[in-house]
Design a protein. Sequence first.
Length: 147
Amino acid sequence: MKISIPTDNDGFVLFRCPLCGGYFKLTPDDAQADDVIEIWCPCCGLKSENYLTDDVIELAMNMAKNLAMDMVFEEMQKWERQFKGSGLTFKAGKRPRPEAENPIIAGIEALEIQQYECCKRQAKIEPIIKLSGSYCPFCGVKCDGDQ
C-alpha cells in the first residue's frame, strides 16, 4: 500500500506534533534527507516517532481494513467452492462494504516560511511561533523569533 500526501503550492507537506498538537510543514526532500536522522517539533522542541496528521492515519487504517476484509472474503469464497458438493454447506455471503478512502488535502495554509540558518533549510510554522521563537526541525536548536 502506498499513500500519497499532497504538498501545498510551495512544495511543503503538513505534519502535526502528537505531543503539543502544533502544525508545521516541511518539504518531502528535507524530511526524507539522509542527513536528517530525527525531526524536532518547531513548536515545542520535542521529538516524536511520527508526525502524521489524523487524516493520514485514518486513510491508512481504512486502506488496511479494506485490504484485510477483501483478503478474508476471497478466502471465504475459496471455502465456498471447496465445500460445494461435499455434503456441507458454506456461504461466503456478500462482499463487505469498504470503508471510505477519502483523499488527503494539503490543508492549513496559514503557516509562514521560517529559514533555519543552522541547517540551511526551511519549514512552515505558525506565525505566533515564528514571532516568539521556534526550534529547528532538523537539529532541535532554539531559534530566536523572526530570524
